[in-house]
Design a protein around this ligand. Structure first.
Ligand code: HEM
Length: 241
């Protein structure tokens, strides 16, 4: 409904989004015959374009929360920025920033579980599953499994730095689904998310405690949603370049 109204406003010349912005494009996109897309299709496309960035912004808010709680990691990120290994303007991120981003994805997954139905009778991790049985992937439980993650509730980006304990395979860190991108439904957006989140970690650190209000997070809410954290990244980019 929200997306449809935005498209209608643009098409009805009641609003004028910036040229080339997602809303501008979605409202004006044409199909292969040159016809303007049906309203419903344009609205879905608008949401498809927004959803991944909005989802990633939640991870950035979780990162701000963790760095508030453990300022020693903010100090390490700051040292990496000062040494030139992490740089917002050139989107270059060193090992500490990347490790913080990975650990944020581990400790703050906001997709709590994934549900599916088994296509065939099979055995999964020693359990018999009949065709069409519901199957749940416990995302939070997998990311807090003490067999893979020692002291799983502890925020420790050191796990992802070289010299940290080995991490158990592609199906250990699954905040965006498990299995294979090619053969299954694992999210293909993990690399963009890691990049945007790393930029958020750097921006949060550069702004410091004064520039980032402390996010309050209620983990009893599913999915846990952090309140919006406004980072003035545009200003940061200008001052960094
Ligand atoms: C915080 C950010 C994100 C989260 C938490 C997230 C999470 C997920 C999850 C849980 C799935 C389903 C996995 C499954 O069913 O096994 C998924 C699928 C998908 N994601 Fe993401 N995602 C994020 C960002 C992105 C981004 C940035 C992109 C694109 C650049 C993207 C594109 C997709 C697509 C196309 C699928 C469908 C894959 C398929 O069905 O084969 N996602 N995502």
């Amino acid at each position: 409904m929200w997306a449809r109204d935005r498209i209608l406003d643009v098409r009805g010349l009641r609003s004028y989004p910036r040229d080339g912005s997602l809303l501008d494009r979605a409202a004006r996109w044409r199909d292969e015959r040159g016809a303007v897309l049906p309203l419903e299709t344009a609205a879905v496309d608008l949401q498809n374009g927004m959803r991944p960035a909005m989802a990633t912004s939640r991870f950035v808010a979780f990162a701000a929360h963790r760095l508030w709680e453990q300022p020693s990691w903010r100090d390490r990120v700051a040292a990496e920025i000062a040494a030139g290994a992490s740089d917002l303007a050139s989107a270059r991120f060193g090992p500490v920033v990347t490790a913080v981003a990975r650990e944020v994805r581990r400790v703050s997954p906001f997709v709590p579980l994934l549900a599916a139905r088994s296509r065939r009778a099979q055995e999964i991790l020693g359990h018999r599953v009949a065709e069409n049985d519901p199957v749940l992937l416990d995302v939070v439980g997998t990311l807090r499994d003490p067999q893979t993650w020692p002291e799983p509730r502890h925020f420790d980006p050191g796990r992802f730095l070289s010299g940290g304990p080995a991490i158990g395979g592609a199906d250990a860190l699954i905040p965006q689904g498990g299995g294979s991108v090619v053969a299954g439904h694992r999210c293909p957006g993990e690399d963009p998310v890691l990049g945007i989140l790393s930029a958020g970690v750097v921006a949060t650190t550069m702004l410091g405690e004064a520039g980032v209000p402390r996010p309050r997070i209620d983990e009893r809410r599913l999915p846990a949603r952090p309140p919006a954290v406004e980072l003035h990244v545009g200003t940061l980019m200008r001052s960094a370049s």
